[in-house]
Each structure stands twice: as structure tokens, then as C-alpha cells.
Design a protein around this ligand. Structure first.
Ligand code: MIC
Ligand code: SF4
Length: 659
């Protein structure tokens, strides 16, 4: 039987297990990336593992999320990251050089290679035929030390693209259409592999918009085959020698097939406050818009900003609307500036930001109260923009620019008709991506040799071995789709404590209940209860570290998001699945006891755990864990276990990936 492209790449990198959906596999990692807000823990854990050099072909450390450096703590984090990259042998991308996914795509993404990144949108270079996966920081540290990365073998779904996008419809609308059809949990345990005649109609930047936002489906990754368009893109980046032709075997078998006729895609928006609340723009036209933002790792490229710039040329944005362009990379900013587009946008009323994540997580450009913001970003989880009860719509750059011109949501086709002289901008790549490389420091050029830590930089917490008894109060009962932004928000007042777990823990679940952290600290242990898809969104391992710090021993949820579940294992919290009835019956404040000897049951491979509630009724909770994950739980987390393993083996990084 032939292989899908995903299977081919996994097969090439397989060090353990079999490519059977649902089975755990271990794969060798070629490249890793980390960003500033997850990166500090990545390197603190690398240090705790007593590793001395990066073992992967390439490691890149970016500073992109909090580049405004409001607080010396951010700047100290950036300096620490530069020193860690220099000390251990990683590339360092300076603050303001751009968002990790954009800069990685431009400089390092390579077809056929594996990439592991401590950010959930790591799958972005899937648009170039790279198999890229997001994970928690500790998994990055271990992979960087030469260890294999373990993941459940996903089901590979064929997304067959037919036809060609009509004018005014864009790649963003394709991924919004996927979200409309499948929802934010429709991709859990899956890789979406794009095939069909529609593929060659899309440029690489359009493909990466789709693979980037595949994360919002909960997918493990998304990938495109490579072709002349990929080769052309790499050539324009000056990296044509990295091109490799890749396609699925002709007789490849997929777990499922989805057909999208590109010619039927129309301009869409995701309504507040979930990326899957997707409707045609025409359905919400007329909604007054106070703020428009073009940027982010989804639509912050040169090719994304240019359409908006073309639409704005010679016009002015509406008086009541503010428009901000935050490019995804300095490369994009520099080329747009050299071509004069930045000036055109400024003349139209646009405010131009440095290349950063910033507003995407509520750092700067927070919308005013009771107002609508239209953003070309990938997430609009409630409160993420920096204000509670926000009203953020997600759209393509074309829809965003149309809203800025009109001052309200409008289908750009209707605006074109209204204005008479507005042409569809289409997608255009620059002849050469000739931005400067000044902001990338190569390992050989390292500025520091030795870690430089400011006073806010703590150490990586090491857990205690799993106990036999787990008993405690349900400290919080939550609904479906709780995001990591709920668990540990990423706004600037909180983000500065990413290297200080004790302080950061004070904000745990504050977006759901601001009394939670103190209640958890005051109680001896405790459990959390949640509905479906608990922990969706980001890769931030802090969403497991902080609950662990507060004494949470188990999470009972109807289902878990992939990366967060792995993070719970990594930090020794037991993730147990409960059914709908148990979820409905259990209440906040109830006393829960896991009747079994937990440490023993986890170790012996037990899948069913009896829970007794209020000494009154019982239910069954399930532990879906591989032998490896059980070992991690029992040891009290992956850091303790890996340290023990290294000590026993007498070397570092001695894992199957080195064999
Ligand atoms: C996000 O988009 O939520 C983030 C901020 O990039 C996170 C990473 C983090 O929390 O630092 C992600 O997507 O993993
Ligand atoms: Fe940055 Fe937003 Fe992309 Fe996360 S989703 S990497 S915060 S731009």
C-alpha cells in the first residue's frame, strides 16, 4: 500500500513504534524552534537536564511575542535567550525581527524535514512540505538534546482542493471554511494533507496561511506537497538548493477525504469569540468597526499586507476606524518600505507597528470597550485582545481593509461595486525576498558564552513522584473548549512572569474565576473538572506547570486538546476522561477520591479508575496513556524522569533518536 506524504516523512524519521493511527510513535527531530515566552523554560529545562549542546541539525530561538519590552523582565528574558542560544548553539533572532513562524519560513523551513516548536502554530511550514508539530517546552528541550519526540500517530485526512479561488476570496477563507465545517475540535488526532488540482493554484504564502491556522482545528499538523511553486518560493528566498520534490504515493490511502471547491469559496469571517463561528461576511455586513489590524503569523507576510496596501492606495480609512499593520517579519516590513508601500499605507491613515505578535495576545492595541475589532489573526478567544467581553472578528486582509475603508464590515465585492474603482488585489510575491539578515545571529557569531539571568528568572520546577492517594475538592468546574488563554492568560501584565512560576501561578484560571489560585493554594491538593477539548489553543506548558504548582493532581475532562494533554503528563498531573453523565453530575465543591492506588494503577497499565464523589456515588474515569506517558506520570513529570534516565545511562540525550 502506498504512503501519504505525512507517512513518508514520519517513516523517514521513525525511531520507535508503527505508523498505526492511535499508536504512539517516536520520531527524530531535525529542527526545533522556540519563541520568547515559551523559550525561557525550554532553556531552563535544557540547563536542568545538564545538556551542553544542541544536537538537532538546527535550533532557532526567536523573540517575537513581547518585543515592546514594557518591563525589564521582558528584556531580561530576551537577554537570557540570547545567552542561551549562544551558549548551547542555536540561531538567535533578535526582538523585533519577526514572528517565529514567519522568520522560520523565510530562513530555515525545509521540505521533508521534521520541525518541533514550542508554539502551537509551528505547523506553518507545512505549506512548504515540512512536517512541523507544536509541543510543550520540555518536549523541545529533550528533542534539542537529541531525544526522540513522541506523539500519537495521527489519522491522515486528504483535503482535496479543486478549482481556483475567485477574486476577493483568499487562503484565509479556505481555512475559515475548514473551521466552519469541522469546528475547533474537528482536527484532534489528525494531520490534514492538502492534495488535488487546486494546490498548484496557491502560492507558498497562501499555503502557509492554511497550514498555520490548521492549529485552530486542533490538528497535529497540516501539510502540502511540494512543486514548482515551492521551488520558486525558495529561490526567491535565495534557498533553491533546499528544494525537494515531495508528493503522496499515487495509491496512498487516507482515513478520510474532504473536498473543497476553491471556486465556491467566498469572503468569510469568524465571529466573536471562537475561530469556528464562521459566516459569510455578507451575513454580518453593516456591523460598525472601530479597529482593524492586519498582521500575525497567519496573515502578516508581505503577500498579506500588499493586498491591503493596494486597496488603500490613494484612499483614506474611515474617520471612526483605526487601522494598524503589524508585519509578521522585518523582512516583510523592509521590502514594503523599500517599495514605497509603507508610505502609501501611512498616507491612508494606517499606523505601522514593529514586527511582533503583540496585539494578538493583548499586548498593545487593545480595543476600546464595547467595540468591534477586525483582525487577520487566527484566534479570537474571549479576552485575548486584552479586554474582557471583547468583540473580535477574524478575516482575510482584503476583508479587513474593506472594513477600514467603509468603517463597517462589508464584503469586499460589494465595496468594489460601491466604489467603482476598487480592483481585486490578488496575490503577488516580491521578485526577491531581499530583506537584510542583520537580526539573525548565527551560532558561530554568538555574543555570549554562558547564561545571563536577570532577577526574575527562576529555575525549572522538578515534580515529586506520583502519590498513591488522590483526593480533593473540585476546585473549579468548567465548560467545553476551555483554552490555555483561560488557564494562563498571555496579556503583558502576566506574560512577564513566564520565567517565574511561583508568581505566574497567581494568575491561574483567573479568566474563569479570579478566586481560584488562592483557593487552590489554601487547599491540600484538589482536582479540576472540564467539558470537551480542555486546554485547546496554545502550547504553553505553563498551563500545566502552574496548576501543578498550586497542587492540582488530576484533571477530569470529557476530552483534552493534544498539546495540553502531553503537557499535563509532562508535569505529573493525571488527565482522566469522564463521560457526559459524570460531567453533568459532578459539581464544584464536591469531594473527589480516586479509589484505586493511583501510583500502582498508573504503573500497571490500568485504564479504568473508579472515582468516588462525596462518599456518595461512584463513576468510572479513563486514563488513555502510553507506557511511556505512564512512566512520566509515575516519576512526577518528564523533567525528573529524563534526568534520572540520563543519570542511569551516564550520558545526555541517549535516546533512540541517537541510535
Ligand atoms: C498563542 O498564539 O496563543 C501563543 C502565545 O503563540 C502560544 C504560545 C505561548 O503561550 O507562549 C501558542 O500558540 O502556543
Ligand atoms: Fe504570535 Fe499570535 Fe501567532 Fe501566537 S498566534 S505565534 S501570539 S502571532
Amino acid at each position: 500500500m502506498g504512503q501519504t506524504l505525512t507517512e513518508q516523512i514520519l517513516d523517514d524519521h521513525l525511531v520507535e513504534g508503527e505508523l498505526e493511527p492511535g499508536e504512539e510513535i517516536g520520531i527524530e527531530i531535525d529542527q526545533v524552534l522556540a519563541q520568547d515566552t515559551t523559550g525561557t523554560m525550554v532553556w531552563l529545562q535544557f540547563e536542568a537536564l545538564e545538556l551542553d549542546e544542541v544536537q538537532t541539525e538546527l535550533a532557532a530561538q526567536y523573540c517575537d511575542h513581547q518585543t515592546y519590552q514594557f518591563d525589564f523582565k521582558n528584556t531580561d528574558d530576551h537577554r537570557f535567550l540570547r545567552s542561551a542560544a549562544g551558549t548551547y548553539g542555536a540561531y538567535f533572532s533578535r526582538p523585533g525581527n519577526g514572528i517565529c513562524h514567519n522568520v522560520h519560513k523565510e530562513n530555515f523551513a525545509a521540505p521533508g524535514k521534521t520541525l518541533l516548536g514550542s508554539d502551537s502554530h509551528t505547523p506553518t511550514p507545512g505549506g512548504l512540505g515540512q512536517l512541523a508539530i507544536g509541543a510543550g517546552g520540555l518536549d523541545i528541550s529533550v528533542a534539542m538534546g537529541g531525544g526522540a519526540y513522541y506523539v500519537e500517530m495521527p489519522e491522515v485526512v486528504n483535503v482535496r482542493l479543486e478549482g481556483e479561488l475567485p477574486e476577493w476570496s483568499s487562503a484565509k477563507d479556505v481555512i475559515l471554511e475548514m473551521l466552519r465545517r469541522l469546528s475547533v475540535k474537528g482536527g484532534v488526532g489528525k494531520v490534514f494533507e492538502y492534495t488535488g488540482p487546486g494546490v498548484e493554484t496557491l502560492s507558498v504564502p497562501e499555503r502557509t496561511t492554511i497550514t498555520n491556522m490548521g492549529t485552530e482545528l486542533g490538528a497535529t499538523s497540516s501539510i502540502f506537497p511540494t512543486d514548482a511553486k515551492t521551488e520558486d518560493y525558495l529561490a526567491r528566498q535565495g534557498r533553491e538548493d533546499e528544494y525537494v520534490e515531495l508528493s503522496p504515493d499515487e495509491d496512498a490511502e487516507y482515513a478520510d477525504e474532504i473536498v473543497i471547491d476553491l471556486s465556491e469559496i467566498e469572503p468569510l469571517v469568524a465571529m466573536p469569540s471562537m475561530p469556528d463561528k464562521v459566516v459569510p461576511v455578507r451575513e454580518v455586513a453593516g456591523e460598525s468597526v472601530e479597529q482593524v489590524m492586519v498582521g500575525s503569523c497567519t496573515n502578516g507576510g508581505y503577500e498579506d499586507i500588499l493586498p491591503a496596501a493596494k486597496m488603500l492606495k490613494g484612499r483614506e480609512i474611515n474617520m471612526k476606524t483605526e487601522m494598524i499593520v503589524a508585519p509578521g517579519s522585518k523582512q516583510a516590513s523592509e521590502i514594503l518600505a523599500r517599495q514605497g508601500w509603507t508610505a502609501e499605507m501611512m498616507a491612508a491613515g494606517v499606523n505601522f507597528s514593529e514586527a511582533t505578535c503583540g496585539a494578538c495576545i493583548g499586548i498593545g492595541h487593545v480595543p476600546s470597550s464595547d467595540s468591534v475589532s477586525v483582525r487577520t489573526f487566527n484566534r479570537n478567544f474571549e479576552g485575548r485582545s486584552g479586554i474582557e467581553d471583547d468583540s473580535v472578528f477574524l478575516s482575510s486582509p482584503e476583508v479587513a481593509a474593506a472594513a477600514a475603508i467603509k468603517g463597517e464590515l462589508i464584503d469586499p465585492r460589494d465595496l468594489a461595486e460601491e466604489l467603482g474603482d476598487l480592483e481585486a488585489p490578488g496575490v503577488e510575491l516580491p521578485e526577491k525576498y531581499d530583506g537584510s539578515k542583520t537580526d539573525i545571529i548565527e551560532p558561530e557569531e554568538a555574543v555570549d558564552d554562558g547564561l545571563v539571568k536577570g532577577p526574575n528568572i527562576g529555575s525549572a520546577p522538578i515534580g515529586e513522584p506520583l502519590e498513591s492517594d488522590i483526593q480533593g475538592e473540585v476546585l473549579l468546574k468548567m465548560q467545553d473548549n476551555i483554552t490555555t488563554d483561560h488557564i494562563i492568560p498571555a496579556t503583558s501584565d502576566i506574560l512577564k512572569y513566564r520565567s517565574n512560576i511561583e508568581k505566574l501561578s497567581e494568575f491561574t484560571l483567573s479568566r474563569v474565576d479570579d478566586t481560584f489560585a488562592q483557593r487552590a493554594l489554601d487547599s491540600p491538593g484538589g482536582v479540576l473538572v472540564a467539558g470537551e477539548n480542555y486546554g485547546q489553543g496554545s502550547s504553553r506548558e505553563h498551563a500545566a506547570m502552574c496548576p501543578q504548582f498550586l497542587g492540582i493532581e488530576a484533571v477530569l475532562a470529557q476530552s483534552f486538546a493534544r498539546i495540553h494533554k502531553a503537557n499535563l503528563f509532562n508535569f505529573g498531573i493525571v488527565p482522566l476522561a469522564i463521560d457526559e453523565d459524570t460531567y453533568a453530575k459532578i459539581e464544584q465543591g464536591d469531594d473527589v477520591e480516586i479509589v484505586t492506588d493511583v501510583a500502582e494503577a498508573v504503573a500497571s497499565g490500568e485504564t479504568e479508575f473508579t472515582i468516588r464523589v462525596n462518599d456518595d456515588w461512584e463513576a468510572t474515569a479513563e486514563l488513555d496513556a502510553s507506557e511511556r506517558e505512564r512512566g512520566i506520570l509515575k516519576a512526577g513529570g518528564k523533567l525528573r524522569l529524563t534526568k534520572e534516565q540520563y543519570a542511569n545511562e551516564g550520558s545526555s540525550g541517549a535516546t533512540p533518536a541517537d541510535d
